[in-house]
Design a protein around this ligand. Structure first.
Ligand code: AMP
Ligand code: MG
Length: 428
């Protein structure tokens, strides 16, 4: 029996090796409309106080508190964005709208509902407590000048992009997105849309992996199907290393006669591990390789050679490639991995004595608890076992069966709190 040369490394060790080699990419300037999901490379500070002036918070009348509840003469109006040089003298008032600067001389704004307006005279109702500052948002009360608003490392979501805009900035410094080249290997593969010849299957991995690259924040680059021939693989690898910051291949890393990728990666660069102690995904291979013909010291590209089985390819992408992409975009190592929640088993799960298992599960929320149920047959060719799954249940390598009700961690693919179904009591 042939034995792999590569020791099986534990998942956590594999992940730390990957995060060590996937370093943040150079910083670029991006306009705000392109920066959703990017990671700030520099602090964002306020260039000035906000609001930049004392402003009305209601539609009403700017007036002087010391004139009390007497009627005063309306001498004009100050609308938001249209600044006048009106001055509120004793026994006068100025009509004002929300967001407009407070005119000189005024020290309060009475709501339009809290005053009587008749024939050019304004009289505040007595039920309104007049005090300096009433109805006014002071300059700097939202944001002080030169305050640190978003530290470097912040992920830009819609409201954070708004914060950047609110201080007048239209460009941010962020780590750029990695270009991620994806190719499939295998003599048996055919493109969807083409008829199948004898012994062929349609290439599904490339479609899934390119979409996963986009979902993780990378810039996907389709490098097609590569045949299991040494020259073809070498050309594809050289081309990919030239064009992409990171390469993802699938197939050709098991123990078959035509599994040529590992020796090639070993020859051109360094294979950091060639097997991982996990099910599915054991043949996962991670290497760093410099683009050929580049001077020594040229930046080495991380290369992930994923197993060809569609489920193994998807699971290993989620566990290992996604974190590498996020790390290259500048996410802190700790934030690059999948989020972890705790769940109770909805039925018994049989353990594998040989390897820890990443079992695809559906989660259902019962109050504050998640209940995990298998997606069914976990055959690594059965893409439906991961389709619709919320995450990967971590089952330890051991003999025996875990009974229903046991608590175990689940790595979740996305915003589980928003998406999982909430069950009624009768489904417990
Ligand atoms: P390999 O890792 O090359 O030994 O392939 C393992 C299994 O996955 C084989 O049944 C392949 O036909 C299948 N496979 C490999 N690549 C793909 C792909 N891109 N799309 C769908 N199935 C694939
Ligand atoms: Mg193959």
């Amino acid at each position: 029996m042939r034995e792999s040369l590569y020791p099986m490394v534990p998942v956590q060790e594999a992940l730390s090796i990957i995060l060590h080699h996937a370093q943040p990419l150079p910083v670029i300037d991006l306009s705000l409309e392109k920066a959703l999901g990017m990671v700030l490379a520099e602090d964002v500070r306020s260039s000035r106080a906000l609001p930049p002036f004392d402003a009305a918070v209601v539609d009403g009348f700017a007036l002087r508190v010391q004139d009390g509840y007497r009627s005063r003469r309306l001498i004009g109006e100050q609308m938001a964005g249209r600044v006048t040089d009106l001055v509120v003298e004793p026994d006068t008032a100025v009509r004002i709208t929300t967001g407009a600067p407070l005119p000189a001389g005024a020290d309060a704004v009475v709501k339009v509902e809290e005053a009587d307006e008749l024939q050019g005279l304004v009289t505040p109702f007595k039920r309104e407590q007049l005090a300096p500052g009433l109805g006014i948002r002071r300059m700097g009360s939202d944001v002080q000048a030169d305050a640190l608003l978003l530290p470097a490392g912040t992920v830009l979501d819609p409201t954070r992009l708004g914060v950047v805009a609110s201080v007048g900035q239209c460009i941010v410094s962020v780590c750029r997105r990695p270009v991620v080249g994806v190719f499939s290997t295998g003599d048996e593969l055919e493109n969807p849309g083409q008829p199948l010849g004898p012994g062929q299957v349609w290439d599904s991995n490339r479609t899934t992996l390119l979409a996963m690259v986009r979902q993780a924040g990378g810039d996907p680059l389709d490098l097609g199907i590569i045949r299991d021939r040494p020259g073809d693989l070498e050309n594809a690898l050289a081309n990919g290393l030239e064009l992409a910051d990171l390469l993802v291949t699938s197939g050709g890393v098991s123990m078959g006669e035509l599994d040529l990728l590992k020796p090639l990666l070993q020859q051109w660069g360094e294979v950091h591990f060639g097997r991982v102690l996990m099910k599915p995904g054991k043949p996962l291979t991670f290497a760093t390789v410099a683009p050929p013909g580049k001077s020594p010291g040229a930046i080495e590209r991380p290369v992930f050679a994923l197993p060809g089985n569609p489920v193994s390819a998807s699971v290993t992408f989620q566990l290992f490639v996604g974190p590498a992409i996020r790390r290259m975009m500048g996410h802190a190592s700790a934030g690059a991995g999948l989020p972890l929640v705790s769940a109770v088993l909805g039925h018994p799960f049989t353990l594998d004595p040989e390897r820890p298992e990443y079992h695809r599960v559906i989660l259902q929320r019962h109050g504050n608890r998640f209940v995990a149920r298998s997606t069914g047959s976990q055959a690594s060719s059965r893409l439906l076992s991961i389709t619709g799954a919320h995450g990967l249940l971590l089952l330890e390598q051991a003999d025996g069966t875990l009974p229903a009700g046991t608590e175990r961690p689940v790595l979740v693919f996305d915003d589980i709190w928003l998406r999982t179904e909430v069950s009624g009591n009768n489904h417990d």
